[in-house]
Design a protein around this ligand. Structure first.
Ligand code: CO
Ligand code: CO
Length: 303
């Protein structure tokens, strides 16, 4: 979609950036995003925390510092008032943890519950971290484990173990704040957050310039280990199959990776940052290193 862009729009429609970026002064740009999700857990406060962390993540992925946020809440009007309160209390907790303010919002009567935030953050216009500005030799890091889509599918089927639920919930409610601050410190060249398109889909966004391939060393990827067991039981979200169908043409599996395959396509809620750090500074970024960037044609190579 080609819409006229003003020079002040540093990131907008087109491209796969995580949020819009608009320059308002030589030393200030605003990073804006809106994101809301359906419940992944039953507890209203936990759901609020997860949905808020998920929405804030797009600002962090671009190197932004969340400034203020507005609620988006959709609930059936028959729900007790405590549910709405719980969701919003959870969301507010994460907005505060991010150092931002909750300044308003909007709620709608809706049969299917949904919650999220519109978030505006601040970034220096020259420090915006884009997602497809890879460079050769950069190392690739993933800051949270994969598998939360598979585990939440197991939760819905009533088959997830307590430990698996706890690992998935802890991961989803965790802010990408520190991962983002550290990526700015080490001078990351590109980053995105891993969400609905899964690890592979978001890795492909990073090589969308068509000049590089990302080589992934599958054994190095952090994962909630129960996800393998649930995947082998067929507890795989429909989105993982859609992702595989959509993206597999641009993925090269150099060997049979077994249950890893669906984990790599698993859609994530509030997933980690996928960060490319230049080789000479790579040792300073203390998260799992999962691959590297080579000259190529915009593919993900799994080995
Ligand atoms: Co994103
Ligand atoms: Co998003």
């Amino acid at each position: 979609m080609a819409l006229p862009l003003g020079e002040e729009v540093l990131a907008g429609l087109g491209g796969f950036e995580d949020a819009a970026v608009v320059k308002v002064a030589d030393d200030l740009a605003l990073v804006a995003t809106v994101d809301f999700i359906t419940p992944v857990v039953d507890d209203p406060e936990l759901f609020g925390e997860i949905a808020a962390a998920n929405a804030l993540s797009d600002v962090y992925a671009m190197g932004g510092d969340p400034w203020f946020a507005l609620n988006i809440l959709c609930l059936p009007c028959a729900f007790p008032a405590e549910v709405a309160r719980g969701v919003v209390v959870g969301g507010l907790r994460k907005v505060k943890e991010a150092g931002a303010f909750l300044v308003g919002g909007h709620s709608v009567d809706d049969e299917e519950p949904k919650y999220g935030l519109c978030v505006v953050g601040r970034v220096h216009p020259e420090r915006v971290v884009r997602n497809s500005t890879l460079e050769e030799g950069a190392l690739l890091y993933l800051t949270k484990p994969l598998g939360v889509g598979i585990v939440t599918t197991a939760i819905k089927a009533g088959l997830a173990s307590e430990e698996a639920v706890e690992k998935a919930v802890e991961s989803m409610r965790k802010l990408n704040k520190e991962a983002s601050l550290k990526m700015l410190e080490v001078g990351a060249v590109a980053a995105t957050d891993v969400t609905g398109f899964g690890f592979i889909g978001h890795a492909l966004e990073m090589c969308s310039s068509g000049e590089f391939d990302i080589v992934v060393e599958v054994e190095k990827i952090p994962v909630i280990e129960e996800a393998f067991e649930y995947a082998s039981m067929g507890l795989i979200p429909a989105g993982a199959y859609r992702n595989r169908e959509y993206f597999s043409q641009k993925v090269v599996f150099e060997r049979n990776v077994g249950d890893w395959e669906m984990v790599l396509f698993d859609p994530q809620t509030s997933g980690g940052l996928l960060v490319a750090v230049p080789e000479d500074r790579a040792g300073l970024y203390r998260y799992p290193c999962v691959g590297y960037v080579v000259k190529g044609s915009g593919r993900v190579v799994v080995r």
